[in-house]
Design a protein around this ligand. Structure first.
Ligand code: AMP
Ligand code: GLY
Length: 429
């Protein structure tokens, strides 16, 4: 079958490489993709324009669309094609389910109704109400813009003055536009943050390899929050007991309420010693970036049957493994680790168009996954904040870390990397 992937980051390049290896895939296309993908497989369209996507589906005889980022899902791409082309498989949740990511107030309301463990929270749709919540609440306190804010909508405040200033920025200066018409104000939770990814088909869940994401820009988890500066899989914080707890207390209620399909990404605050103390920080309706770049190399075999299974194709033959009370996708032993190379200045302002000289051949078990890159006059240049992902696979965390950092050192000999930065402590901090 012909498959179309939507998106242009590291997550989508990693998906492209995994899907391309499928025995079920004839041609794999990506919109818009990046410089890591051959020009003939890239289709440059606006992926939020579903009429245009639909023309491409017809023109390229696409049978499966795999949606990378959240925006098309929250805009209802699944519902659009359910009406327009009922035989097309669209991997991801429908619009109602995607609201779990699209609105933090909606998500909090659902968690309260379903009894899902989450931080205490109140919502407000005007400044006076929001300030009164802060005045009466404990510190630190977490303020979240209700809608999609490209990872910039959450702030943590240790004093009431800065919290009130933030609320004024949101309600008076409109810094988040529509996304800031309401806010969710949450209790601050201590603990270890961890991400759990489950593949759902409306009735059942399959757990994916776990991963650890590094959100802070700089070493020792200092500096501003980013989309993620590195990851490794499997992660270390979630035991089988944590996953079992999440299956019963988080995933089951989501399935019962939404008949959810696609990836459910659960951001959790956990206590390693006490799985039952786990609480949901957020839901996302898609794969994580950069977690996907380390999770996909850990999945054994072909991923396309799982994507079809999730879309409701009952013919899809999918091996699954029963663990302690839950099913998971078969995974490899060993560890995959991913270090992000970002433009200096990211996550704030940065330059684009900086030339990258990448080697033609790579050491065994090393992959360069492109993110913000573009081809200009046949030369690869930077085109975003997160530019490259260096992914290594080895028999354990220590070895994958050594493999990746050794390769980055060798890359510095052939490429000028002074306009870029990366964290030296992925897998250590
Ligand atoms: P979110 O987009 O809701 O996951 O928030 C972004 C980041 O803010 C999370 O990855 C956490 O690091 C942090 N965060 C969010 N909510 C809380 C909370 N209630 N307590 C502590 N940290 C939080
Ligand atoms: N790595 C965080 C995210 O994908 O939202």
């Amino acid at each position: 079958m012909n498959i179309l992937i939507l998106g242009g980051g590291g997550r989508e390049h990693a998906m492209y490489l995994k899907i391309k290896n499928s025995s079920l895939a004839k041609n794999v296309y990506i919109s818009p993709g990046n410089a890591g993908i051959n020009d003939e497989c890239r289709i440059n369209i606006n992926i939020e324009d579903f009429d245009r996507v639909s023309q491409i589906v017809k023109e390229y005889d696409i049978s499966l669309i795999v949606v990378g980022p959240e925006v098309p899902l929250v805009l209802g791409i699944k519902d659009y094609f359910k009406n327009a082309m009922p035989h097309l498989f669209v991997f991801g949740p429908d619009k109602k389910s995607a609201m779990l990511e699209g609105s933090k107030v909606f998500s909090d309301q659902f968690m309260k109704e379903a009894g899902i463990p989450a931080p205490m929270a109140s919502s407000a749709n005007n400044l006076d109400r929001a300030i009164s919540i802060i005045e009466d609440g404990p510190l630190p306190i977490v303020i979240k813009a209700d809608g999609l804010a490209a990872g910039k909508g959450v702030s943590i405040h240790h004093d009431k003055k800065s919290a009130i200033t933030k609320l004024e920025d949101i309600f008076k200066d409109n810094i988040f536009g529509e996304a800031g018409k309401s806010v969710l104000i949450q209790e601050f939770l201590e603990g270890e943050e961890s991400s759990l990814f489950a593949l759902l088909n409306g009735k059942e869940a399959l757990i994916l390899p776990t991963a650890r994401d590094y959100k802070a820009a700089y070493e020792n988890n200092q500096g501003p929050n980013t989309g993620g500066m590195g990851s490794f899989s499997p992660g270390e914080a979630l035991s089988s007991s944590h996953i079992q707890f999440a299956c019963e207390n988080i995933i089951k209620p989501v399935l019962d309420k939404f008949q959810y399909t696609g990836i459910l990404y659960i951001g959790l605050m956990v206590d390693r010693e006490n799985p039952e103390a786990s609480k949901v920080l957020e839901f996302n309706c898609r794969f994580g970036d950069p977690e996907t770049q380390s999770i996909l190399p850990m999945i054994e075999g072909d991923i396309v049957p799982y994507l079809l299974w999730s879309c409701g194709n009952n013919d899809a033959l999918i091996p699954k493994i029963k663990d302690d009370g839950f099913y998971k996708i078969p995974q490899k032993t060993g560890c995959a680790l991913n270090v992000v190379i970002a433009s200096n200045g990211y996550p704030s302002d940065y330059d684009k168009g900086i030339a990258l000289n990448l080697p033609d051949t790579l050491p065994e078990n090393i992959h360069i996954i492109h993110a913000g890159t573009e081809k200009i006059s046949n030369k690869i240049v930077s085109n975003g904040g997160r530019v490259l992902n260096i992914v290594g696979y080895a028999k354990n965390l220590e070895e994958s870390k050594n493999l990746v950092y050794k390769f980055i050192e060798s890359l510095k000999k052939t490429s000028e990397l002074s306009d870029f930065f990366y964290r030296n402590d992925i897998g250590s901090a």
